[in-house]
Design a protein around this ligand. Structure first.
Ligand SMILES: O=C(O)C1=C[C@@H](OP(=O)(O)O)[C@@H](O)[C@H](O)C1
Ligand SMILES: C=C(OP(=O)(O)O)C(=O)O
Length: 677
């Protein structure tokens, strides 16, 4: 996940490849709750691991459900033993449900029916998302629910219900603000339908209907056969009792698929090399958002589908503008808003009033952010109309505010395909954690752009200038890759000697080939990884130093390491630390910093560092060593240490690490186009 203040996405050219999507949020949270209410143990495969499912899991644990492992582990199923319709005696407390509508609403209904003593809390935005229609319906039954803050909104207090007045009259619920209220009743009321039918009646219009279909499908899997009378009346039969299906599999998220379907539709001309295969969800999905495919096809996408897969490529270009009622695909429809930027006219998305009460006011947010990119946007109470920038020149480099809304962050990343080849800044990219924590990693793994557009920040300087620390901090702040070029010979020496190769001419070609393939990674803690192994210490040994100098004498290895260094330049950008990054390896880097400090100051820093590690040291020896090393580095024949002509020099002698990092980041910001007229 990109845990940075913002993420700058360079202009992208094309996309190709296969993506396996994480599990559906709507299915995951329903299955979790249903398994928790059931008799028996349910093994859940491919459960989504995201903010929304974590709050649900934590809530269920608080209620006393046995869950193993206690958190979702990649590739491992999760097991829940249900409470079989009864809360343990001591179940009470405060449940924090973040901004997860699929946790807040269904858990409120289930706990209000089960009875207890609970406070349902969440993030501030949750306290602006309506729940009044659900509370009204539950109160008809005899549930005890109080508002702790504003009438009609969480936080809520749930107490002991009184079902003594419960008759046969249908429970009425409004469905025009959120379908989640009806879903919540459908999942909670089987608990009451032990000896009588329970009927739920929808008053007025029902929005987001396909989500009710998901609910009914999953209820059936857990043994509850609800009678659906034209989406207006739902009868839960007497004798209902939740029964675990034993094992259940969560489909990939069809709303998350929308970004990759759109990606397939807008990437360069359809060829073998330009198409996106999406794994985990296919046309026969139970999720309503799968019908996003039809909207994408109407705009021009070519879509093929099989069991649990989709393959998408560009069909018509520019895309065709559409005028569509999006009530059935409220979440995925936001993606159409960004696809509209690539259409040949004005696109209108209608019947989306519910956008205003989701993670943010999504109609307002989309309008503001699309305008920043140069589009003309008209918004109404329940629609949005988008006309793309009039020409290539009319596109603007925008910093997209994301309003803590995962979908704003995800759909606007697709604006990086703009014809003006401008980068896009996504503010607060970690908000995608609500449903798709690794969204940007997945996106970058498929996308390509010209090498020159992937920014490189070079930080060169003499030994002990602090460039390793600064480079790591700058990379962390920007979410960029990190290259510690100085370590590469040591890593090569280590890998070659481990492979049993002679470190001389006889193995030169083999070592060179191996060097190019080494799975090396440098992390923000300045650790060095070879595959899954932390080799930070191993490469600092005396022997590793000697091996490094032996492999560095082999010309084929030197040249392979140049290629390896260049290969570190991938999306979204790179911070490269070394001695010849700006002068030799990345001569076209848009920012080159030459970081130095007086020899005296560097000797003192190193002295303090060694002493703090309990290693004895002598300042004057350290100083003499540093000066000798400087002289060698500056006078060597190949790639001597010197500031690149176009570098900015920074004397850090009197500066703290934070000040140096801030200076480099501020130089970087000055070079960006975002928000400029
Ligand atoms: O039931 C569900 O899983 C959902 C229903 C929809 O909400 P509304 O019914 O409020 O439109 C959707 O937007 C939300 O992301 C998930
Ligand atoms: C509206 C959404 O979420 P929630 O489940 O919180 O309603 C969404 O994921 O787009």
């Amino acid at each position: 996940m990109f845990n940075t203040e913002f993420l700058d996405i360079p202009a992208l050219d094309s996309a190709n490849g296969t993506v396996s999507l994480p599990g559906s949020k709507s299915i995951s949270n329903r299955v979790l709750l249903l398994a928790a209410l059931s008799q028996g143990t349910t093994t859940i495969h491919d459960l989504l691991d995201s903010d929304d499912t974590r709050v649900m899991l934590a809530g269920l644990q608080q209620l006393g459900c046995r869950i193993t492992p206690s958190n979702v582990a990649p590739g491992q199923p999760l097991q829940i033993t249900g409470i079989d319709g009864f809360l343990p005696n001591n179940a009470r407390g405060q449940l924090f449900l973040g901004n997860a509508g699929t946790a807040m609403r269904p858990l409120t209904a289930a706990l209000a029916v089960l009875g207890g003593d609970f406070e349902m809390t969440g993030v501030p935005r949750m306290y602006e998302r309506p729940i009044g229609d659900l509370v009204d319906a539950l109160r008809q039954l005899g549930c005890a629910i109080d508002y702790l803050k504003d009438e009609g909104f969480p936080p809520l207090k749930i107490g002991q219900p009184d079902f003594s007045q419960l008759g046969d009259a249908p429970i009425q619920v409004r469905g025009d603000v959120s379908s989640q209220f009806l879903t919540s009743l459908l999942m909670a009321l089987p608990l009451l339908a032990t000896d009588r039918d329970i009927t739920i009646e929808v008053v007025g219009e029902l929005i987001s209907k396909p989500y009710i279909h998901i609910t009914l499908e999953l209820l059936a899997r857990f043994g509850i056969a609800v009678k659906n009378d034209n989406w207006q009346r739902f009868v839960i039969p007497a004798g209902s009792r939740y029964q675990s299906p034993g094992s259940i599999h969560v489909e990939a998220d069809a709303s998350s698929a929308s970004y990759f379907i759109a990606l397939g539709a807008i990437t360069a001309d359809a060829t073998e090399q330009n198409s996106i295969k999406i794994l985990g969800v296919g046309k026969d999905s139970i999720q309503g958002d799968i019908r996003f495919i039809e909207a994408a096809q109407a705009m021009g996408a070519q879509v093929e589908s099989g069991p649990n897969w989709l393959q998408v490529s560009r069909g018509v270009w520019p895309l065709k503008a559409i005028d569509l009622d999006c009530n059935h695909i409220p979440d995925a429809a936001m993606t159409l808003g960004v696809m509209a930027l690539y259409a040949n006219g004005t696109t209108t998305l209608r019947n989306i009033a519910s956008w205003r009460v989701k993670e943010t006011d999504r109609i307002a947010a989309m309008a503001i952010e699309l305008r920043k990119l140069g589009a003309t946007v008209e918004e109404g109470a329940d629609y949005i109309r988008i006309t793309p920038p009039a020409s290539k020149q009319a596109w603007k480099a925008a910093s997209i505010h994301t309003y803590d809304d995962h979908r704003v962050a995800m759909c606007f990343s697709l604006a990086a395909f703009n014809p003006a080849k401008l980068p896009v800044r996504i503010e607060d990219p970690k908000c995608v954690a609500k449903t798709f924590p690794d969204y940007f990693e997945a996106l970058f793994s498929l996308c390509e752009t010209e090498r020159e557009r992937i920014p490189v920040i070079c930080i060169d300087g003499p030994t002990a200038s602090g460039k390793g620390t600064i480079a790591a901090e700058v990379a962390k702040a920007l979410g960029y890759q990190l290259l510690d070029s100085g370590a590469l010979y040591r890593i090569t020496g280590l890998a070659a000697s481990r492979a049993g190769l002679a470190l001389d001419e006889s193995s030169e070609e083999t070592i060179a080939e191996m060097a190019l393939e080494m799975p090396v990674r440098f992390d923000a803690q300045q650790r060095v990884w070879l595959g899954d192994e932390d080799i930070s210490l191993a490469i600092r040994s005396e022997e590793a130093g000697m091996n490094a100098s032996r492999v560095s004498a082999l010309p084929a290895v030197r040249s392979a390491l140049v290629d390896l260094q260049l290969a570190f330049q991938h999306l979204p950008g790179l911070v490269a630390d070394g001695r010849d990054m700006g002068t030799v390896i990345f001569p076209h880097a848009p920012l080159k910093v030459y970081l130095w400090a007086s020899a005296q100051c560097r000797a003192e820093r190193r002295y303090k560092q060694l002493i703090s590690k309990g290693i004895s040291a002598n300042i004057s020896t350290l100083l003499a060593d540093l000066e000798a090393r400087d002289a060698r580095d500056m006078n060597r024949a190949t790639a001597p240490l010197k500031p690149a002509e176009d570098s900015l020099q920074l004397d850090s002698s009197q500066m703290t690490i934070e000040e140096v990092v801030a200076q480099v980041l501020s130089w970087w910001q000055e070079r960006q186009l975002f928000g400029r007229a």
